[in-house]
Write a protein that binds this ligand. Structure first.
Ligand code: HEC
Ligand code: HEC
Ligand code: HEC
Length: 430
């Protein structure tokens, strides 16, 4: 890791020097905040749906904060980055940004003054978005209420706190080209690809990253850890127990419960909640494209899974005892539709390479979003010791998947415990 880090830094410095030598970004002149009346209603409404697909509010709103006013902490391996205020406030937001400055930020990751922005802002995906959609986003943001709020300064380790180094990152990894369309795909799948690769930046969570946090192009959507959750592979031979159908994907992606797959939890819940508020056409397109990426999945469609698939447990196993006493009531056969959990043989969280999601779910439980009906699971953080959690996770993996045991349950349990409520408030968007 030390060596990798060294190489990474050396590469960055070299590349940055090269870029700095070649070009230095200019500032774009400040403008007076455009009159909200100057944007037409249909464009603003279109921009609102695009902002949902792009999850802009998810990153740009602090907990308990005003929408788009910034301040949310985004943890990275190099320190914490705070999302900025993108309301049209002239001093603390983007009120003085022209359409040109906004476009440039989305395509080149530069702020109005020409400073490089960190790729925690997924501009490396937004480069695919067509200019008319970027302009609709601009219209939507510029017609929000301006909110005065200064985002905290980033807390990044040296040398990552040096923005000019990002020129090097961009030279290596930023491909500033619009979506060009897929060969051999119909209109629906093409629309889906446009959204998934661009605005919806699904790869921001689901694609493995290298030491410099750049997504590995040849492992597109193959599964990665993001903010204490593992976003499973959703292309190729995926870990889901049952092959996803296009319709199941559309239901799941809009926060509905899917019989053989459960419901979106953790970092996926807000994504699904947002997609439940866009047009059906866009959701259907995204689902069609994702289904096409899963074509070669070897799982069966509509597979019947009943009870255990792994080895039968020893009746003295601590994990087996906990499962029977604390979990089976909801996960084997449940009387209440709102308490019913997925039979765990269907759960992708048991089939991925890490116990992270399982531990998060057991510790924090599952809550429906505030004020809405939904499925509920109590959190067991205070009720189970670390040893019991490890025994339970190991038992569930063995009994319900028949896959190789997880090697790192211990450390995952310790890490999630010290991070405290990092993954708390797990809701589902149903
Ligand atoms: C995954 C989190 C994330 C998402 C999603 C996201 N952003 Fe950001 N954005 C950031 C972060 C972090 C920064 C600040 C980067 C920095 O300080 O270098 C930022 C910066 C920006 C900036 C530059 C603002 C400035 O003052 O420099 C703009 C404009 C912006 N985002 C617009 C958007 C829009 C529009 C969307 C939705 C289409 C969006 N962002 C989605 C994290 C995100
Ligand atoms: C902010 C991070 C994030 C983003 C962005 C994101 N996902 Fe996810 N996704 C996750 C996580 C975490 C899970 C695991 C959730 C769980 O276990 O319930 C997940 C689960 C899924 C699953 C279920 C996989 C399975 O077999 O259970 C699908 C399908 C999916 N995402 C599709 C998408 C698509 C399509 C997009 C883009 C429109 C997307 N995701 C964007 C984090 C994300
Ligand atoms: C009161 C009922 C209830 C109890 C008790 C309960 N769960 Fe759940 N569980 C749920 C519900 C509801 C969900 C959310 C729906 C879903 O996705 O299955 C859920 C989700 C899950 C998931 C994610 C399934 C997925 O979608 O991939 C796992 C894993 C899980 N529970 C494990 C456990 C374990 C382990 C225990 C015992 C320590 C337990 N649950 C106890 C109701 C319950």
């Amino acid at each position: 890791m030390k060596v990798l880090y060294g190489i990474a830094v050396a590469l960055l410095v070299l590349a940055a020097a090269a870029v700095a030598y070649a070009v230095s970004p200019r500032a774009i002149e400040a403008v007076k905040r455009p009159d909200p009346q100057s944007f037409d209603g249909a464009t603003v409404a279109h921009g609102e749906r695009l902002a949902l697909i792009g999850n802009c509010a998810e990153c740009h709103t602090a907990e308990q904060g005003e929408a788009y006013a910034g301040g949310r902490a985004i943890p990275t391996p190099f320190g914490t980055i705070y999302a900025t205020n993108i309301t049209p406030d002239p001093e603390t937001g983007i009120g003085t940004w022209s359409r040109e400055a906004f476009r440039r930020s989305m395509y080149e990751g530069l702020d109005r003054e020409g400073e490089h922005l960190y790729p925690a802002f997924p501009y490396h995906h937004f480069t695919k978005v067509l200019p008319e959609d970027i302009d609709a986003l601009y219209a939507y943001l510029m017609t929000r209420e301006p909110v005065r709020n200064e985002a905290p300064a980033n807390e990044l380790r040296f040398p990552f706190n040096l923005r000019p180094l990002l020129a090097g990152w961009k030279l290596l990894y930023l491909d500033n080209g619009r979506f060009a369309g897929l060969a051999d795909a119909d209109e629906k799948v093409n629309r889906g690809a446009y959204l998934v690769q661009g605005l919806a930046h699904c790869g921001g969570c689901h694609t493995p990253r290298n030491a410099l946090q750049a997504e590995k192009k040849d492992e597109f959507l193959q599964g990665e850890v993001t903010e204490n959750w593992y976003a499973p592979a959703i292309s190729g031979d995926v870990p889901a127990a049952v092959k996803w159908s296009e319709n199941q994907l559309a239901d799941y992606l809009t926060g509905r419960w899917v019989e053989q797959h459960g419901v979106a939890l953790g970092a996926m819940a807000p994504v699904a909640h947002n997609l439940s508020r866009v047009t059906d056409e866009d959701v259907v397109a995204i689902s069609a494209y994702i289904a096409s990426l899963m074509e070669d999945d070897t799982a069966e469609t509509d597979a019947e899974i009943t009870g255990a698939v792994g080895e039968r447990p020893d009746s003295g196993d601590v994990g087996a005892v906990i499962y029977a006493g604390a979990c089976a009531v909801c996960h084997d056969a449940s009387p209440s539709p709102f308490a019913a959990g997925l039979p765990l043989a269907f759960s992708t969280s048991l089939r991925i390479p890490t116990p992270l999601n399982l531990i998060q779910i057991i510790e924090n439980g599952v809550k429906p979003p505030e004020g809405q009906p939904g499925r509920y699971m109590p959190g067991f953080a205070g009720a189970l010791t670390d040893e019991q959690l490890v025994a339970l996770a190991s038992y569930l993996r063995g009994r319900f998947t028949g896959r190789d045991p997880w090697a790192d349950i211990d450390s995952v349990v310790k890490a999630t415990a010290t991070e405290g409520s990092a993954g708390a408030e797990i809701s589902n968007a149903e």
